[in-house]
Write a protein that binds this ligand. Structure first.
Ligand code: PLP
Length: 226
């Protein structure tokens, strides 16, 4: 049996190798362990093994596992990476250190309002459906500049960059153009904000390709927790 510690070490090794291959600094890349299929015990164990960033898709699941936190206050970060409905935005703001999945002006407005009420600045990413898949959430690449222009002035949000969920390909090399397109979008529509630098892309199947194409946040579930 392979332990969680061994799986985590393997993923970290592969991240370091991918960074090296592409001439990047390992420290530019944050590993987010996606815990949607496991419980509090596994989160706590991963924390003990050094993982400091956790990702959840759904607000109720995140509350069940991270409220109260399974690790000391401020010792790790919680990322919300799944589609977020406006009626859960308030709970999301209270919980999350970074929301990856902002996909409308309306959602950004609601997050901004709740963040202001809670006296908090919420870091956020815009989700882009680069490949235009019907089944996926996110803005089309063409919508990005218009939406950005509408949301960058909203108070209590800090725009950090872009996120995408790539299509699944048997051969992960086929995701490369998707990741490259997200990076180009980030560079082309630089709104001149100091924190505008993050690319959340890459999962178990394709995180090394994503790192080669500039990912700063990789979201890995199965390779660590199954
Ligand atoms: C589940 C999920 C992941 C992790 O996927 P794995 O294939 O298990 O690594 C990453 N991002 C999102 C948005 C997810 O829903």
């Amino acid at each position: 049996m392979i332990t969680l510690a061994e799986k985590l070490a393997e993923v970290n090794y592969r991240i370091a190798q991918a960074a090296r291959r592409s001439g990047r600094d390992r420290d530019e890349i944050t590993l987010i362990g996606v815990t949607k299929t496991v419980g509090r015990e596994a989160v706590a164990e991963a924390f003990r093994e050094g993982l400091r960033d956790f990702g959840e898709n759904r607000v109720p699941d995140a509350e069940a596992k991270f409220n109260p936190l399974p690790y000391p206050e401020n010792a790790a970060r919680l990322h919300l990476i799944g589609h977020l409905q406006t009626n859960k935005a308030k709970r999301a703001v209270a919980l999350a250190d970074l929301v990856h999945s902002v996909d409308s002006v309306r959602l950004a407005q609601v997050l901004s309002r709740h963040a202001a009420e809670l006296g908090k600045t919420l870091p956020v990413l815009l989700e882009v459906n680069v490949a235009g898949e019907e089944s996926k959430h996110g803005l089309s690449p063409a919508e990005v500049p218009g939406v950005l222009a509408e949301v960058i002035g909203l108070p209590n949000l800090e725009w950090r960059g872009l996120m995408t969920v790539a299509p699944y390909f048997e051969d992960p090399a086929h995701t490369r153009p998707v990741f490259a397109a997200l990076r180009e979008l980030l560079e082309r529509h630089h709104p001149g904000l100091p924190a505008w630098r993050d690319l959340s892309m890459g999962m178990t199947n394709d995180f090394e390709i994503a790192i080669e194409e500039g990912a700063t946040l990789v979201r890995v579930g199965r390779a660590i927790f199954s």
